[in-house]
Ligand binder design. Structure first.
Ligand SMILES: CC(C)(COP(=O)(O)OP(=O)(O)OC[C@H]1O[C@@H](n2cnc3c(N)ncnc32)[C@H](O)[C@@H]1OP(=O)(O)O)[C@@H](O)C(=O)NCCC(=O)NCCS
Length: 200
């Protein structure tokens, strides 16, 4: 079947003999977060280069990150969290989450980051977005995914528009950072694009 979410049961490169469920894209896979991911997550969430375009504002204590990870490994019904792994060397390069899922309206918000700036602009983020969206639509049966992007995050907007997201609205002067207010752009992707939305 063309363009469907590829699922795989592949060997775990870090645990000999263990196999795990992966959601495969072209350059990345999405997998469950594990305890071993903690140090990386902690480092990323304290890296000003990463959090500059995320809502996270304060330094994160190791204990807080541990609690976040425990929560991500035991998600409530309205959220799902994934580690993003490179397909080529199987390194963990970022995280993605779908959250605030409304199972009646079948909508959700999502967020993601590639935690190593050296891995930016190499197609991992775009592939992670495409893979996450396919999984959300084809397996979770959601019909609309949206994301908040700061207006100064031109890279993220570029990638999202290239993956069929459309600007649904803007929250004007909504977020204060680095001494000024910034607009937040709401970018959405519909499983079946409504006629009144601009086509991507
Ligand atoms: C946004 C993010 C996920 C994108 O991931 P990525 O792996 O760098 O994305 P890709 O390599 O798939 O694509 C990058 C694209 O942006 C383009 N780009 C890079 N810098 C850009 C800029 N300043 N303005 C516009 N486009 C830019 C690249 O040319 C490339 O486009 P192309 O594929 O048409 O050539 C990643 O940069 C990231 O994690 N940033 C920090 C956290 C973040 O902002 N998360 C999103 C929150 S909304």
């Amino acid at each position: 079947m063309a363009n469907r979410t590829e699922r795989d049961l592949g060997p775990d490169p870090h645990r000999e003999g263990r196999k795990r469920f992966m959601i495969a894209g072209e350059h990345v896979i999405l997998r469950a977060l594990e305890r071993e991911d903690l140090e990386r997550c902690y480092r990323w969430m304290n890296d000003p280069n990463i959090v500059r375009t995320l809502k996270s504002r304060y330094p994160i204590a190791f204990q807080n990150e541990l609690e976040w990870l425990e929560g991500a490994m035991h998600p409530g019904p309205a959220e799902r969290h994934f580690a993003i792994e490179r397909k080529d060397d199987r390194s963990h390069v970022g995280n993605a989450s779908i959250h605030d899922i409304d199972w009646v309206s079948r909508t959700g918000w999502f967020g993601l980051f590639i935690g190593e700036p050296s891995a930016w602009n190499r197609g991992f983020g775009g592939d992670a977005i495409g893979t996450l969206v396919r999984f959300a639509f084809d397996e979770m049966n959601l019909r609309k995914l949206r994301i908040n992007v700061f207006e100064y995050n031109e890279r993220a907007q570029h990638v999202l528009l290239a993956h069929g997201f459309v600007e649904e609205g803007k929250l004007v002067r909504d977020f204060y950072r680095e001494g000024q207010y910034h607009d937040i752009v709401i970018l959405s992707k519909f499983r079946e694009a409504p006629a009144e939305m601009p086509q991507s």
